[in-house]
Design a protein around this ligand. Sequence first.
Ligand SMILES: [Zn+2]
Length: 280
Amino acid sequence: MAERRTYELGRMTWKEIEQILPRNPVLLIPIGTVEEHGPHLPVNADNLAADFVARRAAEATDAYLVPAINYGYSPLCSDFPGTISIRPETLTLLVRDVCGALVRQGFRRFIFVNNHGGNQPSCEQVARELKAEHGLIIGNIYPWTIGYAVMRDAYDEPAAVYGHGGEPETSAMMAMYPDDVVTSLMASRDPVMTGPFKPRRDNLIEIPGQSVGGTIFYDYGDFFPNGTTGDPTQASAEKGRMWIERVVSFAIDFVKHYDNATAAEPWARRPGDPQVREAD
Ligand SMILES: [Zn+2]
């Protein structure tokens, strides 16, 4: 493959983009949201981490980075200043339209780098609609969740420190964007019961006499006055560098595997296209 001037679609001209089309590249679409992440992390944390991981993965593979979708569905945090939540219907239509525009031009292979749980239903809906209509199989990388899975050995008690604005998110942000972590405002989780329920973490409450939690759809502000559900005081840049190493290498391997596994699939070629990969 010829040397790339850039892996960012948004910095390429339409002529350059036209030239990569026959190669049928994998496109990475970062998706996030603007929401509070505790008193110490920027409201763009989900977006910044999605961008970081997607960027590193595109750079290390043959994939291209699509300009990001930076607004998402964050109703749990809506009362915190700076949170900007859009309706799930709006997000679904936005993701759908972005993909639709690229499908129309002949792009067939997409991986969402969605870094916010509230967006997952919209992403899945769009992926399933595009599968039904065009046969496409869309991938999804969720950096925070991958981080939870691969960082457990870095903590004595992961369950006690993991959480929204807790760990390993804070460590990751310290390593990726040190200037945007306000360490002087870092505080451990301090749940305060303002209603009739005792909270555990996201949407889970204690049921008296039961070891299993019950589901209640509350807002973070109802129980977690500082917007953190984990313990960021365990954070360090060193753990963050470990997070980057592990999460980025997962993302790179995911993209390479998806690329190899789908290159020869009939749905991955534009209708009427010959075996374009062999002509490379
Ligand atoms: Zn989020």
